[in-house]
Design a protein around this ligand. Sequence first.
Ligand code: RB5
Length: 157
Amino acid sequence: MRIAIGSDQAGYNLKSEIARWLAERGYAVRDLGTDDADTRVDYPDFARAVAQAVTGGECDLGIAVCGTGLGVSITANKVPGVRAALCTNTYTARMSRLHNDANVLCLGERVVGIGLALDIVAAWLQASFEGGRHARRLAKIRNTKGTKVGRYQVTGH
Ligand code: RB5
């Protein structure tokens, strides 16, 4: 499995640990930067690179890291076709795959320690989309852009 990974300087150390952990387990890691923890960069550049590596088909999944995970998740979710999940525990990581088919995992280096982060990555990679009723909901997510408030019909609940 090919995994794109990227971070800003605030996520660099965690990104490096995750990249090493993935490579040791046989994943093909595409590290899109940044390349050190000291040079200030802008997290949207790296979140977008990870997101586009996934939607462009170069990689199967992506992992984006910043200080909180918030900036990279907000950015990645603006790329059409991306379902980015900001996770701080293994339960949401697993559920983001099972129910939401998340294709980008977002993490905050200042929020989770390395041990928990690696458990989150493992839980995320081990789970896979359940489909069924959840596929209908993903179609609704895809169709949400441009929906006019007040004109939406609730169906299938
Ligand atoms: C960088 O200081 C920080 O703002 C960034 O890593 C991230 O937490 C933004 O959401």
